[in-house]
Design a binder for this molecule. Structure first.
Ligand code: GRG
Length: 296
């Protein structure tokens, strides 16, 4: 299959729907919407929503069945990046090749833009059930999977540990916990929520959760590696910040070469989890390889 054109098609579908989901407003809070849109349309790779749509297709549904979850995931992810860049967190001035949200709109507005995106995310997902785009029982399941993965048992919990362990001694166990919560949980929820909205059976959803968890770990290790030896121009942000903050990363815990091997192993385990699927999961197989080889 041609993965590049698959990703391009899906990105177009996602971008058009995001545009409608977050209209321009002319009222007094127009600046807030501007701040939300600034980061949402800053050139992110749209990996989580693409994985979500691919999850629906893997279980034989059309991609559009999972579109509300895909949009919600990109909004939640973008909110997390806006907050991650704040001075109180990683204190990064650049993101996706341009000044971080708080550098343009100020810290207060950046916090609000993140919170606004979070609320909009869950609102539009809930509305999709009410408006009959998807059976409401499936929408409930998707909401609970995504909320759990994004919240204290997932991404927010991982970020809390990340914050607390900056500059401290770490080991592989700690990094595994951190990466699976901070990053892999939401990626796994992307694939599973897509499969849920696509009407997938329990065993299929479980297999895709396994795929998503493994691919999410590989993805975060590659992120750690890119921060050490990536190209700033391609990444759109300075490299070396993990080292400067003495962040808990796989290369720091087990060394660069072992981290690379680990990422490869997680990717292979992700693909192995798809053994029960036919060609409908080919995009997920291709995406696993892409996530490992990515340069940005
Ligand atoms: C506001 C929901 C919310 C959370 C607050 C700040 C925070 C808690 C969590 C941050 C978690 C975080 C930054 C995880 C890192 C995940 C990661 C590797 C992001 C980069 O993802 P890409 O490469 O980025 O998909 P693009 O820009 O392409 O979308």
């Amino acid at each position: 299959m041609d993965l590049a054109s698959y990703m391009m098609d899906k990105t177009r579908m996602i971008d058009q729907a995001l545009e409608k989901a977050l209209p321009q407003t002319q009222d007094l809070s127009a600046n807030l919407v501007k701040a939300m849109r600034y980061s949402l349309f800053a050139g992110g790779k749209r990996l989580r929503p693409i994985l979500c749509l691919a999850g629906a297709e893997a279980v034989g549904a059309p991609a559009r069945a999972a579109l509300p979850a895909a949009l919600a995931l990109e909004m939640i992810h973008t909110a997390s990046l806006i907050h991650d860049d704040l001075p109180a967190m990683d204190d990064d001035d650049f993101r996706r090749g341009r000044p971080a949200n708080h550098k343009v709109f100020g810290e207060g507005m950046a916090i609000l833009a993140g919170v606004g995106l979070l609320m909009r995310a869950f609102g539009l997902l809930a509305e999709s059930g009410r408006e009959g785009q998807a059976p409401s029982s499936l929408v409930f399941q998707a909401i609970s999977v995504i909320a759990r993965a994004a919240g204290p048992d997932g991404m927010v919990g991982g970020q809390a540990v990340d914050l607390e362990y900056e500059g401290r001694e770490i080991d592989e166990e700690l990094v595994a916990f951190l990466h699976s919560h901070k990053t892999a949980a939401l990626i796994s929820a992307a694939v599973t929520s897509g499969a849920i909205l696509g009407g997938g059976g329990q065993a299929q959803v479980a297999a895709l959760a396994e795929y998503g968890g493994k691919v999410g770990l590989a993805f975060q290790i590659v992120d750690d590696i890119l921060d050490l030896e990536g190209d700033e121009a391609l990444l759109g942000k300075p490299v070396g910040s993990d080292e400067a903050l003495r962040k808990a990363t796989y290369p720091r815990a087990i060394g660069l070469e072992k981290a690379k091997e680990k990422a490869e192993r997680f990717k292979e385990e992700a693909v192995a989890a798809l053994v029960g699927f036919g060609p409908s999961a080919d995009p997920l197989r291709g995406l696993a390889a892409y996530l490992l080889a990515r340069k940005r």
